[in-house]
Write a protein that binds this ligand. Structure first.
Ligand SMILES: Cc1cc2nc3c(=O)[nH]c(=O)nc-3n(C[C@H](O)[C@H](O)[C@H](O)COP(=O)(O)O)c2cc1C
Length: 188
């Protein structure tokens, strides 16, 4: 792909294609910053691209600690490594909450039962109680409506740092402004 034609979204779609035989390709690292300026980082599952604006969809528990760092517009960075093709993408951009009830509902129904069950588990970070069970059998999934705890959000990249560490080493930084996306090749 020539630099003039480099398009981070097309590049990621190609990386997904090259890596899809290993389901681990869906694991991304989400980095946030606390109000005190401390870093936080955790693994999340890539839930697809939003069909209208190529932003990256993620979901989490509203009771989790990261919520304090995920206010609307907060800047975050995703780090996404594709093992087979040895490519890394670092995608930086603001968080946007997805509050539309029909969008939430449609997304909720696409999740596996196991994933949905996690939103009924005892609250994260509370001390484990012996009598508590977090087994799937204790959770009713009859309710097809997403619970309040289910938080769907997206990250709209404004800067993408692409690194290929194959036989060829290549690094391309793409940024967007009012004029659109521009990319430049830099030393890795
Ligand atoms: C493979 C893997 C996938 C995960 N996917 C998610 C996810 O999609 N959403 C999520 O909130 N947490 C996910 N987690 C758990 C997070 O890494 C983290 O432990 C949890 O969200 C609590 O993070 P926090 O304390 O920073 O809020 C995943 C963990 C692993 C190991």
């Amino acid at each position: 792909m020539s630099l003039e034609k480099f398009n981070w979204y097309a590049a990621i779609m190609r990386s997904i294609e090259l890596n899809k035989s290993d389901p681990h390709y869906r694991f991304v690292q989400l980095a946030t910053v606390t109000r005190e300026g401390e870093p936080r980082n955790r693994t999340m599952v890539f839930r697809g691209f939003h069909p209208s604006d190529q932003s990256i969809l993620l979901c989490t528990d509203r009771l989790s600690a990261k919520i304090k760092e995920l206010s609307m517009g907060a800047s975050v960075e995703l780090c996404w490594y594709f093992t087979a093709s040895r490519e890394q993408y670092r995608l930086r951009g603001p968080v946007e909450m997805m509050d539309d009830p029909s969008e939430r509902q449609a997304f909720w129904l696409k999740l596996s039962k196991e994933t949905r069950a996690q939103f009924f588990w005892p609250p994260p970070l509370e001390e484990v109680q012996h009598e508590q069970s977090v087994s799937l059998s204790s959770i009713s999934l009859n309710d097809q409506k997403p619970p309040q705890r289910f938080l769907l959000f997206k990250i709209k990249p404004r800067r993408v740092d692409y690194l290929l560490l194959n036989a060829t080493h290549r690094r391309i930084i793409s940024v967007v402004d009012d004029q659109g996306w521009t990319s430049r090749a830099v030393n890795p």
